[in-house]
Ligand binder design. Structure first.
Ligand code: GLC
Ligand code: GLC
Length: 650
């Protein structure tokens, strides 16, 4: 869009631009800058327009983008152009993700590179390497308390190792996902150290206060994220002699985005990692980016403006790079992180589908799909050209963030139902063999979340211990059922390392003084590669899970209707144990797949009349996964206990 005010500013900026920039051939850069500048200017102005130094800040913003464009390797620039052309590239059903800790998976970055064949064996072609940057030992929050945004933790390797890994992954068509922890830094970060030393410039990078007045005001409305280990949202810094905002742990200082220097620094870091070869950047804890007195300080409008601005700027320098929003918030809020508009107000192309994840766990505990059905029905339709990251487990806890109204629709009382779920997954409920642990218990609100590995949560640990083969089989079926959901729902499935071979809880974190206070470590394993070899031995759990997932993944990649173009229809059926939806091809209407999941351990039947136009009553159906016809007796289709179907017409 052409508009006078922003265009005049852009002319001024280009007139004054540093010679080392103006001397370069920046054709594509300028085209994109021109196209996006109206948006960039209006967002930057809304956020920082009041400031006297606005024009200088804008100048610096543009120079930051230009400098990274100049440094962007030619290969990545070519990739940008290719992805501009093939702009739906990330919506394809071909992508299968896995998230992992480099150290736990392979020791270090070189080890990870040596294990790339493992991903290819399984069919994984998108790997989220969780934070590998320098963090203070003992107060690292699993890598999310970064003390240097450009330096790799020497325990896992060097920047060169990462560049090599990225290059090798590109060769093998595996996408690299890296984190940028945008909301906070470690209290040992250079900026925090300078703030502690009394430098006003760096104190302004954070929210610091002399007295408790403002902190007390904030604390009235801000929830606590880690109520047990880090109650409250502020920490007294003895060295600085001031209170500092610390929403997560007391060693994680929240960045102050009302300061444009913070925005520019973080953009700088985002573009730096884009230039190291990351295809996708996961922006951590984005719901928290803007703080406002009287609010929960989550999902504020300005947090969205910041993300839109980051996106607009990144599109100028590195348009091939897409963002993942890590916003574990209510369904109506999550959806907003894709942006308000697919073109003019874009934020992150991908977002964690925490709603679906939590609903799946509800179905596991209740053995029915009532809440799952209601929850998905209330999930707002997302923008075009935006996609979910669908997952069963990740490195974090499982939060029970359902909408109370949906819980009521199932005739459960919300508080009691949540308590049941906690009891179920921590094994307190008498019929449960889950081995989860509570996380984030809050005595004041009664809230709690759940830690635990997938396999231990579905009862595999218990079943193996008592040597009950039927129970082992059921646990494996549940693991596969859950994966069949994330592989077919629409979006990028994100497996969690270790789950593909049924890895159990790892209790060793209890012996580590730095970890024992955080139960999430129970599900952040170190892979036992000898045990992983069992994936080749029929009859083992490792084989059962790995080979089945491998098959499911291979099939998904072949089925175009599994690509995510908002081409899913939820189908309500009589039988409460079943979750049923259809996927259709937006261009070829006859191509469709009917997905049926049975969350009960008993066989269940589905009345074909319930399926409406999806019911292939007089046509033969075949299950893509097993390659067989489902059992149909008269009008009833029978689904085995913990079974699933991906049905299409044959
Ligand atoms: C993100 C991470 C989580 C971390 C938190 C604070 O949510 O996933 O592990 O504790 O941010 O950085
Ligand atoms: C909260 C936050 C999320 C974070 C998690 C860590 O759910 O919203 O961002 O990952 O806590 O446990």
């Amino acid at each position: 869009m052409y508009e006078q005010v922003s265009h005049t500013l852009l002319n001024d900026i280009l007139n004054d631009i540093k010679p080392e920039i103006s001397e370069q051939d920046l054709r594509h850069f300028y085209t994109r800058l021109g196209a996006n500048f109206y948006g960039i200017h209006s967002l930057f102005h809304t956020l920082y327009g009041e400031r006297e130094d606005f024009a200088e800040q804008a100048q610096q913003l543009v120079e930051t983008m230009a400098q990274h464009y100049i440094k962007r390797p030619e290969k990545l620039r070519q990739l940008d152009l290719a992805r501009e052309k093939d702009y739906n590239w990330f919506l394809s059903q071909q992508w299968i993700g896995m998230a992992l800790y480099c150290k736990g998976f392979a020791g270090n970055l070189q080890g990870l590179q040596e294990r790339l064949h493992y991903f290819q064996e399984l069919g994984v072609n998108l790997v989220h390497v969780m934070p590998i940057l320098r963090c203070p030992e003992g107060s690292s929050d699993g890598g999310y308390a970064v003390s240097d945004f450009r330096e790799i933790n020497p325990e896992v390797g060097t920047l060169e190792d990462l560049q090599q890994l990225a290059a090798e992954m590109k060769k093998r068509d595996i996408l690299l996902v890296l984190d940028v922890v945008v909301n906070h830094t470690s209290n040992m970060h250079y900026w925090a150290k300078r703030a502690k030393a009394g430098e006003k410039k760096y104190q302004d990078y954070y929210y610091t206060f002399e007295t408790r007045n403002v902190p007390d005001m904030f604390d009235q409305t801000m929830p606590e994220i880690f109520p047990e280990t880090a109650p409250g949202n502020f920490t007294w810094s003895e060295e600085m002699g001031r209170w500092v905002m610390t929403v997560f742990n007391d060693f994680q200082w929240d960045l102050n985005y009302s300061n444009p220097s913070v925005f520019i620094e973080m953009l700088n870091i985002i573009l730096f990692w884009a230039n190291q070869g990351a295809d996708i950047l996961r922006l951590d804890a984005v719901a928290f980016l803007w703080k406002k007195i009287g609010s929960t300080c989550q999902n504020e409008r300005e947090a969205h403006l910041i993300l839109q601005l980051l996106k607009d700027c990144c599109q100028v320098t590195a348009p091939g790079v897409v963002f993942i929003a890590e916003a574990i918030v209510a369904p109506v809020e999550v959806i907003k992180y894709f942006g308000e508009d697919a073109v003019i107000a874009k934020e992150c192309e991908i977002a964690y589908n925490a709603t679906f994840m939590a609903l799946l766990w509800d179905a596991v505990a209740t053995k029915n799909a009532c809440l799952l059905n209601h929850g998905i029905k209330s999930l707002p339709v997302k923008l075009d050209r935006a996609t979910w990251l669908n997952y069963v487990r990740c490195h974090d806890d499982i939060g029970l963030g359902f909408d109370d109204r949906d819980i009521l629709l199932c005739d459960y009382e919300p508080a009691r139902h949540r308590k049941f779920l906690i009891d179920y997954f921590t094994g307190k409920f008498e019929k449960s063999h889950a081995r989860g642990l509570p996380f984030g218990q809050n005595a004041k609100t009664g809230d709690a979340r759940i830690s635990g590995s997938l396999a231990s949560l579905v009862g595999l640990e218990h079943a193996l211990e008592i040597g009950d083969n039927k129970a082992v089989d059921d646990a494996v079926k549940l693991i596969l059922l859950l994966h069949s959901m994330i592989l077919s729902f629409g979006g990028i499935p994100l497996l969690y390392y270790g789950d593909e071979i049924g890895t159990l809880n790892d209790d060793s974190y209890r012996d580590d003084p730095y970890k024992k206070g955080d139960t999430r470590w129970v599900h952040r394993p170190s892979i036992d590669w000898e045990k992983a070899e069992l994936r080749n031995t029929p009859g083992t759990v490792e084989y059962g899970v790995f080979s089945a997932l491998k098959r499911m993944i291979a099939i998904r990649k072949e089925i175009e209707v599994f690509a995510d173009f908002n081409n899913r229809e939820l189908i309500e059926v009589e039988n409460p144990h079943l979750f049923v939806f259809g996927r259709y091809h937006i261009q070829k209407p006859t191509e469709q797949v009917l997905v049926i999941a049975n969350f009960s351990n008993q066989p269940q039947h589905l009345n074909l009349d319930d399926l409406g136009s999806w019911g292939a009553k007089y046509r033969p159906l075949v299950d893509l996964y097993q390659g067989t016809h489902p059992d149909i007796f008269k009008n009833s289709l029978v689904i085995p206990g913990f079974g699933f179907y991906w049905l299409c017409e044959r």
